[in-house]
Write a protein that binds this ligand. Structure first.
Ligand code: TEU
Ligand code: CA
Length: 562
């Protein structure tokens, strides 16, 4: 397999609104990030993925962009951004920017023009259709509740918005629009950035007829359906990705990762197979859906280790030698992984380190989401008014109107809501966790006195120092990056164990996924003469025999075998 810098890298994701406020207005900003570059460098990460910092009315915290080539006033100026890029590069780190081009803001100049009249030259930059009998053109629902269509009184048609009504979908079938996007990407790349994370990039091509999911509407009460069959990996998406690669990406030494909703490994390999010249990696959602029941993410169900194992194994095997995996268990759209897959009450340190061990010893590029490295957790605010996320706010109204109890709704927000991952970064035990001297835009998690960067740095046994060590190991042992993957004892209900193999070397990873101790019998198929303990989250005698391993709660060990 080809060696590439982005395969050997660890990425750190920054959600700028919540990272560090430099001027006391309660909103994180670019100067705040600049003030923490030494912290990131100390952690040892190679690449920063910066969530959107472009001009935006903030209906969806910057994922609704009104100008792709200027910086949001709340965050600073283009010269602050240039200082950030230079600060990263001078420390040997790289920067990838978020590219949000499935939709723009309704306040983008293109849309302002587009909605003026049906014959405006920008009309075809977006997806407009006449209604049907006073109803929207089809029955698709938006990801953020309600119809995916909004009626425009003035120009007398509906426009499509898969996300909020302030995020109209761009019409990728229009070559003029595509050219504008490629020019904009080139403008950023020429400023020296090192790649893009592409927001919902597998939704950009829609089946032109835009068919309804259910066929007929059913009377007064409109019901909306997920129209994914008509826009997930749509008919021309690979044509557009290859065009983008040819026109833009191939001209630079960069990394690309596309967010890809609802993809299987087979579909993903069409985006990431090295011989297809599209993207380097995708973020798939299969692992993020392991605790969702029928009806989607708010119908929370307990996850099963068997599902986690089979999903990870499937992706590890399917992309091996062809494409490349991205490795993540949380981001700005997901609850905190420590609360979701570990035990943030009884075993925060042990389980936080165990999950980190998993993410950093699989084949692929690991992504750390800000605060993960200090074990930040989910939050429970008492009132819906404390929540800011548009997805949460809209869902709350919709579910209440549909007769769900408030208690049940709040409970699902506590488990799955996106604001869990968006509370301000906890820097120290001063008021507002040292995030701001003012009022934070979203409340700080009340546990900041226990969980914060200052404490983590002072404790040699902290989750932070464990991440630092995992990142160092990746630089020292090629097998961690390039070795291929074989699951061990697949049927074991408590332990997740696997082998990575590269030439004569093997890496053995053994993870107790639960809070009860257990015994793990190493399968006799694993043969070796010598062993070296690389990392563990408990004291371990390095000479200990491996035939039968006694594992303590959430114990994780990594051995190199020869
Ligand atoms: O997210 C796309 C997406 O489909 C989901 O993860 C979404 O956030 C939600 O959880 C569905 O239940 C991307 C961005 O990461 C997200 O922040 C944006 O809100 C969204 O696209 C629109 O740009
Ligand atoms: Ca600020």
């Amino acid at each position: 397999m080809d060696k590439k810098w982005w395969k050997e890298s660890v990425v750190y994701q920054i959600y700028p609104r919540s990272f560090k406020d430099s001027n006391g207005d309660g909103i994180g900003d670019l100067q705040g990030i600049i003030s923490k570059l030494d912290y990131l460098n100390h952690l040892g990460v190679d690449v920063v993925w910066l969530c959107p910092v472009y001009q935006s009315p903030n209906d969806d915290n910057g994922y609704d962009i009104s100008n792709y080539q200027s910086i949001m006033d709340d965050f600073g100026t283009l010269s602050d951004w240039e200082e950030l890029l230079a600060g990263l590069h001078s420390r040997g780190m790289k920067l990838i920017m978020d590219l949000v081009v499935n939709h723009s803001s309704d306040e983008h100049a293109w849309f302002v023009e587009s909605r003026k009249s049906q014959d405006n030259p920008y009309r075809d930059y977006y997806i407009w259709r006449p209604g049907k009998d006073g109803q929207p053109p089809n029955d698709w629902g938006s990801f953020f509740s309600g119809s995916a269509w909004e009626y425009d009184e003035k120009s007398e048609e509906y426009y499509l918005h898969l996300f909020s009504r302030k995020q109209p979908d761009l019409n990728w079938d229009n070559p003029k629009l595509r050219k504008e996007i490629y020019d904009m990407m080139t403008w950023w790349l020429d400023k020296g950035i090192d790649g893009f994370r592409m927001d919902v990039i597998n939704l950009i091509s829609k089946v032109p007829e835009l068919p309804s999911v259910s066929g007929e509407s059913n009377g007064e009460q409109p019901t909306y359906h997920f129209g994914g069959d008509y826009f997930v990996n749509g008919p021309r998406v690979h044509e557009y990705m290859q065009e983008m690669n040819r026109e833009v990406l191939s001209k630079y030494d960069i990394m690309t990762v596309g967010e890809a909703v609802n993809v299987t490994p087979e579909e993903a390999s069409l985006y990431v197979s090295e011989d297809r010249n599209e993207l380097n990696m995708v973020f798939h959602f299969e692992l993020m859906d392991v605790d969702s029941g029928p009806g989607g993410k708010w119908n929370v169900q307990p996850w099963k280790l068997a599902d986690i194992k089979s999903i990870i194994s499937k992706w590890q095997v399917a992309l091996d030698g062809k494409g490349w995996n991205s490795l993540y268990m949380n981001n700005h759209d997901q609850p905190r992984m420590l609360s979701r897959f570990g035990d943030d009450k009884l075993f925060p340190k042990e389980s936080g380190k165990m999950l980190a061990t998993l993410l950093h010893t699989l084949q692929g590029t690991p992504y750390i989401y800000q605060g993960e490295e200090i074990g930040m957790t989910n939050v429970q605010f008492a009132s819906i008014d404390d929540y800011k996320d548009i997805e949460i706010v809209n869902m709350y109204k919709e579910y209440l109107a549909a007769g769900h109890s408030e208690e049940k709704i709040m409970n699902s927000i506590y488990i799955k809501g996106r604001d869990n991952g968006r509370t301000p970064m906890q820097w120290n035990s001063e008021p507002q966790a040292g995030f701001t001297t003012g009022n934070p835009w979203l409340a700080v998690n009340p546990n900041y006195k226990d969980i914060n960067v200052e404490k983590a740095l002072a404790d040699p046994d902290s989750i932070f120092h464990y991440y630092k060590k995992l990142i160092e190991l990746r630089k020292q042992h090629e097998i961690i990056v390039y070795g291929n993957y074989t699951i061990l004892a697949e049927e074991n209900e408590q332990v997740y164990a696997y082998l990575r193999t590269l030439g004569e070397e093997q890496l053995l990873v053994v993870l107790n996924f639960f809070g009860e101790p257990t015994t793990f019998e190493l399968p006799s198929t694993v043969k070796f003469q010598a062993k070296e303990l690389l990392i563990a989250n408990y004291e371990v005698n390095p000479e200990e025999e491996l035939n039968t391993i006694q594992l303590r709660p959430y114990e994780a060990r990594v051995y190199k075998l020869k």
